[in-house]
Design a protein around this ligand. Structure first.
Ligand SMILES: Cc1ncc(COP(=O)(O)O)c(C=O)c1O
Length: 392
């Protein structure tokens, strides 16, 4: 494992000698209940629209839109990973990453409030922006790079960060932005999708919410849609919970169980994929037809300095630009081990020409590559062969 793929010398996510078990140990045990003789280690999914509830309607389990024991185990697991100290972290799972993002935006903001979003974040944020504005909320945007959101923070109620940003892989200084936001009374949410909770722990950097799509590396097999919000402020999290109840954007028990099962291998997948991503980035950097190569784990990447101060691991996404749309399409077509698909974080490598969606401010030849768990030498060879075969 190279020091550039994981930001601690042990590769365990330990940040200090007294900080407890490593990330592999934490991942395999995350959220498991106390062992009960003759019961499975991870209890199976509980399929229930309602629970037996005679008499006074007291919890924990009343109605399936409000609580489910399978969610409880998963929420504990994610909470343990998002905050190694686990001091008062509450986690809520959602039907998708967008459900989780919307729950924070729409539960925390009121008409007349101001929110600061990144202008280079996930491509559905502009749709959320339009909806927020329709509700009378002022939306300001600024780029992730250079902590530019600081410049438009004055009077804001909520600051939304996405770091590393998708798909540009810029990184902002979470501690610095949190300090400035809190000084002017704003809450801070960080979209932690790209890093995963083993790559970055926004709550420990001071953020009020860590929000993510669990559809990506958290679950890692490209077969589950999921989202979550983790936070420490009971009042803010109560509002998020109320929003989930009102909108009903809940995960099915099967999805929640699959997600929990997948978390057991999170550290293995993340370390493998991230180490391979670094190798891929190094191999692609040597190619003359590639420009704008980005991977925060590369020591000379523009994001690396800040990333190394706040990230434990640098993610599995590499982005770069080929000279034209036609060349990029030919390259993607020629790949044998990389599936043409959107999304990222899965064990099977995927790539796409991001400009095909029309939502990101990227060149036509811009490619977002999600590095999977294939053997690194096979993947690098496939990428280099596809580049050679499609040369102009
Ligand atoms: C950074 C980021 N946040 C949020 C989302 C939304 O997640 P979901 O597709 O699970 O709704 C995505 C999806 O690609 C994403 O890349």
């Amino acid at each position: 494992m190279s020091d550039s793929a994981t930001n601690d010398s042990t590769g365990t996510g330990r940040t200090g000698p007294a900080s407890g078990p490593g990330d592999g140990t934490r991942a395999v045990r995350a959220g498991l209940p106390e062992p009960v003789k003759h019961e499975p280690t991870l209890p199976g999914p509980v399929f229930a629209a309602h629970f037996h509830l005679p008499g006074d309607p007291t919890g924990p389990y009343t109605y399936g839109r409000d609580e489910n024991p399978t969610w409880t185990h998963l929420e504990r697991a994610i909470g343990e990973l998002e905050d190694s100290g686990q001091d008062g972290v509450e986690t809520l799972v959602f039907a998708s990453g967008m459900a989780a993002i919307s729950s924070v935006l729409f539960s925390q903001l009121r008409a007349g409030d101001t929110v600061v979003l990144p202008d280079d974040g996930y491509q559905v944020l502009p749709l959320a922006r339009t909806q927020l504005e329709a509700y009378g909320i002022e939306v300001r945007t600024a780029p992730t790079v250079g902590d530019a959101q600081l410049d438009v923070l004055d009077g804001a109620k909520l600051l939304w960060l996405e770091t590393p940003s998708n798909p540009g892989l810029d990184v902002c200084d979470v501690r610095r932005l949190v300090e400035a936001a809190h000084a002017c009374g704003a809450l801070v949410a960080v979209d932690n999708t790209l890093a995963s909770p083993l790559g970055q722990r926004p709550l420990e950097l001071g953020a009020d919410f860590s929000v993510a799509s669990g559809t990506k590396q958290l679950t890692g097999h490209g077969d589950v849609l999921l989202g979550y919000v983790a936070g420490r402020d009971p009042a803010a999290m109560a509002a998020v919970r109320r929003w989930r109840k009102i909108v009903g954007a809940i995960p099915g028990p099967m999805e929640a169980w699959l997600a929990h099962r997948s978390i057991a291998t999170l550290q293995l997948r993340v370390d493998r994929q991230n180490a391979t991503a670094l190798r891929v980035a190094e191999a692609l950097r040597a190619r003359p037809e590639i420009t704008g190569l980005r991977y925060p784990g590369l020591p000379d990447d523009p994001s690396h300095k800040v990333a190394s101060q706040q990230m434990l691991r640098y993610g599995c996404v590499v982005s770069f630009t080929l000279p034209s749309r036609a060349r990029a399409d030919r390259f993607l077509e020629a790949l044998r081990l990389v599936e043409g698909a959107t999304s990222f974080g899965g064990v099977r490598s995927t790539a796409e020409r991001r400009g095909r969606w029309g939502g990101d401010a990227v060149p036509e030849g811009f490619i977002r590559l999600s590095v999977g768990a294939e053997d690194p030498e096979d993947l690098v060879a496939d990428l280099l062969r596809a580049l050679d075969e499609t040369a102009d």
